[in-house]
Design a protein around this ligand. Structure first.
Ligand SMILES: C[S@@+](CC[C@H](N)C(=O)[O-])C[C@H]1O[C@@H](n2cnc3c(N)ncnc32)[C@H](O)[C@@H]1O
Length: 178
């Protein structure tokens, strides 16, 4: 079975089960974010939307349509505040964006799931603007933060190692060079 089908099938239970813990991770990164528009790569069911809404316009990317369906419900709630939020069904390993377009890129608990992690890292870096911010977390039991940092080291240096993500994820904030 394709991996994204597994996410489709578990979308409802994911949203119920992980809302609280994932929200903590989004809340931990917002203080480091600076400018909009923001892209959330692997937005899932939109658990983090309320935390990052101040950086709208927001583009949320995910390859699992059932995850995006739930995210769309969150968007409808949030649209009471008239924020611009777009959802895109696409792979994190082949993002449908031009180079250097987003001042802020976030990806929370996604990178460890990719088939080709290096390819995913290249894609995340490719779409960040010069001097833009990339906030990334990884589920440590699948991909330890040290390994992620090693993968990134050839490309950029983290400015912050996140400490307050709960006990599942490690996270890094990068500011891309000019
Ligand atoms: C653990 S969930 C995290 C979702 C959201 N960031 C959160 O914190 O609630 C991982 C998400 O990444 C998505 N994902 C995994 N591999 C992907 C890929 N190659 N391309 C796009 N999305 C992917 C899954 O569909 C799922 O929604």
């Amino acid at each position: 079975m394709c991996k994204f089908r597994l996410y489709d099938e578990s979308a409802q239970s994911y949203h119920r089960r992980y809302s609280q813990i994932q929200r903590i991770k989004y809340q931990a990164i917002v203080t480091y974010l600076e400018r909009c528009p923001l892209v959330d790569v692997g937005i899932g069911t939109g658990i983090g939307l309320a935390s990052i809404i101040e950086f709208a316009p927001i583009v949320g990317v995910d390859w699992a349509i059932e995850m995006l369906r739930i995210a769309h419900k969150q968007v409808i709630k949030i649209n009471e505040w008239n924020q611009a939020i777009s959802l895109v069904c696409a792979s994190a390993e082949a993002l449908p964006f031009r180079n250097n377009v987003f001042p802020t890129v976030v990806s929370i608990t996604v990178i460890q799931n990719l088939n080709n992690i290096q390819r995913g890292i290249q894609e995340l870096i490719r779409i960040v603007q010069p001097r833009g911010i990339l906030a990334i977390t990884t589920l440590e039991k699948c991909l330890p933060i040290q390994e992620l940092e090693t993968e990134f080291n050839q490309l950029s240096t983290p400015i912050v190692r996140l400490e307050n993500l709960g006990n599942e994820d490690g996270g890094l904030i990068y500011k891309l060079p000019s």
